[in-house]
Design a protein around this ligand. Sequence first.
Ligand code: PMV
Length: 331
Amino acid sequence: MELGKNYAEVKAGINIALIKYWGKRDTLNNLPAVGSLSITLAPWGSTTRFTWVAGAQHRFSLNGAEQNDTKVLKLIKEIQTYAGLNEYGAHIESVNTVPTAAGLASSASGMAALGLASWCAAGLPYSKTQIPQKLIDLVRIGSGSAPRSLLGGFVTFDRDGCTLRQLRKASEWSLCLLVAVVSKGPKEVSSRLGMERTRDTSPYFKAWIESHPADLQQAEEAILRKDLEALGEVMEHSTAKMHACAWSSRPPLLYLKGTSLNVLESVHQLRAQGIGAWATMDAGPHVKILCEPKDQNLIIKTLTALDGVLEVLTLTPGEGAEVLTSCSSLT
Ligand code: PMV
């Protein structure tokens, strides 16, 4: 790690949305058109070491490779302005433990870890039990799904105030989220561009926005009751609507591959046989399956046997972002 007085190291887990964020109401400020609800997960995530260095150029490496990432630069600029650190350069070393595949939410854990590390390295006050709204806003500028990784367990992100709320701690509900990996390599259209195209061209976007609050409410109630069937049902509904919107964009955004559809069909068949398994997908071809630990092995065996499924990995609810070390004399 870079030696310097003003540094922090932060670890954050990925999160997967059960009720999706898709669409922005303000692109410049990255404000979401809808709220969202997610699970923060373990063990995948990002660990970021951030140092403010007087008079230096910004430097950002991801998994050891130097990067020039506009979203990261935008976040750094915002925090520099907020904390009065325009004379300082940001030295950032980030490591992702998320397998390098498309649509696996590494940007969320990366931005959450980076935002919190920059905050602590600047000496700004931080409390895990009451996350500063300004920090949430900074992280959101990096990625709209990233603030949710600041909290652990089951988390909602409110559309209007962009506030975060933990509905249940990770330890309160023992669930699994299995990831059926169906391809390697980067996705074809980023979520940022996909959201813009959907908003600008899909005839279903208005219906997506209007029907979204009811999904959030049903999911929240299901989590409070620990009702997996109700949660799974509304999660699948939200996923289907998001992908229907994307698919009905011009030109169409088809994040699913043939194998993704086969996995979805297999999940439906498992459910018809009485196995509690529900599927969700993000802006990529992988399918994530929500289930109870008791059904995990059977589901993994079934999905691994499908043509085109490369592997099925297991995640479980995890903790929110954690400050591993921090030292600052800046503010
Ligand atoms: O935060 P972004 O810009 O990577 O968008 C995330 C979008 C989805 O993953 C598809 C949904 C979500 O709520 O995480």
